[in-house]
Design a protein around this ligand. Structure first.
Ligand code: PEP
Length: 253
């Protein structure tokens, strides 16, 4: 049984005060959500305060990025994964399409970040997904396979339970245009097959694969009903406590 994961990516939104306010508003709304792991990813500057204020709750905290470097050192502007651990984060989002597109992150950088994160004790939520042009050209599977193998090579069997994959078609992120449940299921099943080829069937069966791209309270149920969709990575709809809570509590709606 794969425990679902519902993760909110707050991107570069919210001051520390606003982050705490949203996190505290969310806390009672998801307190009974034992069916899934609930994660929020505030900006770096708010991580420590949010973790402290959520102490004792079922909400876990993620960083939105981390350095490729494992050790501290002369890397201005970077944050090592162990520093995320140090402030109480348990997860880190790696290779989000906004970072691949706007900050030139390559599969090699993504792989180094994934390895650094895992060796520092974090669980990596590694994002993959094709652009609209790639989908229209019929290369979506090849692109996603390249990102998967590029980002996840060199991992040992014991590393694999610290990996979550998020399939986020770029054309569905922040656009209001969601992949249909069938389109998402097809790619999720493909991702599981690729993972089985690269690792093992058992590891692929245990892998949590999240869907991301305009997930909202009114479409989460149909997405989560798909066999290979194990959760959601939510951007815009995670910024408000009530809409994110409705997504987390999708089983009640
Ligand atoms: C995201 O940022 O990962 C995302 C999926 O955003 P949105 O839900 O707004 O499409």
């Amino acid at each position: 049984m794969r425990k679902p994961v519902i993760a909110g990516n707050w991107k570069m939104y919210k001051t520390v005060g606003e982050s705490v306010q949203t996190a505290l508003a969310l806390k009672p709304l998801v307190a009974n959500a034992n069916h899934c792991e609930v994660i929020i990813a505030p900006v770096f500057t708010a991580l420590k305060t949010v973790v402290d204020r959520l102490d004792g709750s079922n909400i876990k905290v993620a960083g939105q990025n981390c350095s490729t470097e494992v050790e501290e050192g002369a890397h201005t502007g970077e944050i090592a994964p162990f520093m995320l651990r140090d402030v109480g984060a348990a997860y880190v989002i790696i290779g989000h399409s906004e970072r691949r597109q706007h900050y030139s992150e390559t599969d090699t950088m993504v792989r180094r970040k994934v390895q650094a994160a895992i060796s520092s004790g974090l669980t990596a939520i590694m994002c993959v997904g094709e652009s609209l042009g790639q989908r229209d050209q019929g290369t979506a599977e090849a692109v996603v396979k390249g990102q998967l193998t590029g980002g996840l090579s060199g991992l040992t069997a014991s590393d694999l339970d610290r990996i979550i994959v998020a399939y986020e078609p770029v054309w569905a992120i922040g656009t209001g245009r969601t992949a249909t449940p069938e389109q998402a299921q097809e790619m999720h099943a493909f991702i599981r097959r690729v993972f089985a080829e690269g690792h093992s069937r058992d590891a692929a069966q245990a892998l949590r694969i999240l869907y991301g791209g305009s997930v909202k309270p009114d479409n989460v149920g149909a997405l989560m009903a798909q066999e290979d969709i194990d959760g959601a990575l939510v951007g815009g709809a995670s910024l408000k406590a009530d809409s994110f809570a409705q997504i987390v509590n999708y089983r009640e709606s």
